[in-house]
Design a protein around this ligand. Structure first.
Ligand code: GTP
Ligand code: NA
Ligand code: MG
Length: 455
């Protein structure tokens, strides 16, 4: 191992951008997987995590730079949804990462969630690289699987090169309008001030070696301090879900430190701090996505950074987006519990109070537009929050249901929202639970179940 390899942890890289720009597909190409094809309507609805060991990255980039010094153990890549409903997940993902890839479709240029993602990254001063994806869609593109981008561009006709230049300049101009200097990475003379652009194709893989190498080299170069391995556990919950054969499990991202089987852990919940023990530490195989069902590797201990599935008792109370604390021998359990409960504040602040209508206390469960009926957001208006606090009734309104879905869910059709709302409020929340059970995130359920006590 090179000097420093033992002391650096893997950088965490978040992939962000507008819906359908090819975020998941890019990762599929690198992994050699088909995650995107398994998604409902091809839409990502959860945060994912994949570990890429450095040997693999070295291998993938050797044509570009055989002697590259890669001092990190690997790269942990976080996939996020681009659909507008999932701002909270993008925000969580961007908050976890050291570096990001902002994916832009070369055929579309900047789109609303490109700009939203950009602003999330700038708010936190996060380094990022723009992947200008779908270059194979340029008319007449000659594919060269996995080729470095300069090599791939040289092989193109004059027409293709011209169209590429024209679209590239358009995107650079649009980014400039957002106050951002960008340049093709191999022409970029001032990487500190000017952000890098790497053209890519997630279908034929051109530019992917460049993207991987730049991610690692730029992280190593600019974030040694941040990437220095520390023993203090920093770990956040991505998802709470039932995993076949393991009961309710939590998917976490371990940002720093080491987790061991048998560690005593603490996290916040609506019932107060939960103290439990790690029964098993599971990961998917390297280069496999954590959020996809598969076979898991068991570990006695895991060092950061990693995406991990934890099994144990009481995990159903955990809340996505909050931290997990480990109780070490010298720690005061009460203090750890207090730290954990500090996270409740961030959970309650995530409740959006901008819901429409100030007259009636309403809680709006917004379904996303996919068929599976996952709740994308929960909003309370001010009045609902007041009522909920006082233990008074709050109306639950579900928006985004189309007539066919209404028929399926409620056995009838509604002419307008008011009819739907009054129908729903007359029914038990248990009925709603039966409809949505599988797809509502645990965090959503916590809020819904809390409301249940008010009915
Ligand atoms: P969300 O996670 O839902 O925001 O979408 P995404 O950004 O992950 O995009 P996804 O990977 O789902 O790709 C969207 C569509 O674009 C799919 O049909 C892909 O096959 C296609 N696609 C993605 N990348 C490329 C590319 O480089 N070239 C071409 N031709 N198609 C692509
Ligand atoms: Na998609
Ligand atoms: Mg996706």
């Amino acid at each position: 191992p090179h000097k420093g390899e033992e002391t650096l942890r893997s950088p965490i890289c978040c992939v962000m951008g507008h819906v359908d720009t090819g975020k998941t597909k890019l990762l599929d190409y690198i992994r050699g997987t088909h995650v995107q094809e398994g998604e409902a309507r091809g839409i990502t609805q959860q945060i994912g995590a994949t570990f890429f060991p450095v040997e693999n990255i070295r291998d993938r980039t050797k044509e570009l730079k055989a002697d590259a010094r890669l001092n990190v153990p690997g790269l942990l890549v976080i996939d996020t949804p681009g659909h507008e409903s999932f701002t909270n997940l993008r925000s969580h993902g961007s908050g976890l990462c050291d570096i990001a890839v902002l994916v832009v479709n070369i055929m579309h240029g900047l789109e609303p969630q490109t700009i939203e993602s950009l602003n999330l990254l700038r708010k936190r001063n996060t380094e990022f690289i723009v992947a200008l994806n779908k270059i194979d869609r340029l008319y007449g593109w000659k594919t060269q699987p996995n080729a470095p981008i300069r090599k791939a561009l040289k092989q193109q006709s004059k027409d293709v090169q011209n169209e590429f230049d024209r679209r590239l300049i358009e995107v650079i101009t649009q980014l400039k309008e957002q106050g951002l200097n960008t340049e093709l990475y191999y022409k970029n003379k001032d990487m500190g001030e000017t952000f890098n652009i790497v053209p890519t194709s997630a279908i034929s893989g051109e530019g992917i070696p460049d993207l991987l190498l730049l991610l690692i080299q730029w992280s190593q170069k600019t974030m040694v301090e941040k990437l220095t391995f520390r023993n203090v556990v920093q770990c956040t919950v991505l998802e709470v879900k039932v995993t076949k054969g393991h009961g309710t499990t939590i998917d976490v991202v371990l940002v720093n430190g080491v987790l061991h089987e048998g560690d005593q852990i603490v996290f916040c919940s609506l019932q107060g701090p939960i103290v439990t023990t790690i029964r098993a530490l599971l990961t998917p195989h390297p280069m496999q996505e954590l959020r996809v069902k598969g076979t898991y590797l068991h570990h006695k201990a895991i060092k950061a950074a990693q995406g991990i599935k934890i099994t144990g008792q009481g995990l159903e109370h955990a809340i996505a987006g909050t931290s997990l604390y480990v109780v070490r021998r010298d720690d005061d359990l009460e203090e750890v519990k207090e730290s954990a409960m500090q996270d409740m504040k961030s959970v309650t602040s995530r409740i959006d109070r901008s819901g429409e209508g100030v007259g009636t206390p309403v809680c709006v469960l917004q379904k996303d537009f996919t068929d599976i009926g996952r709740i994308a957001s929960i909003r309370f208006n001010e009045k609902a929050v007041d009522h909920a606090k006082k233990g008074q009734k709050v109306t639950i309104k579900i928006v985004g249901t189309n007539p066919e879905e209404q028929q399926k869910m409620h056995g009838r059709h509604f002419d307008n929202d008011d009819q739907l709302v009054s129908h729903i409020t007359r029914r038990s929340i248990d009925v709603l639970k039966a409809y949505y059970r599988d797809d509502l995130s645990m965090e959503d359920w916590k809020l819904v179940l809390k409301l249940k006590t008010l009915f």
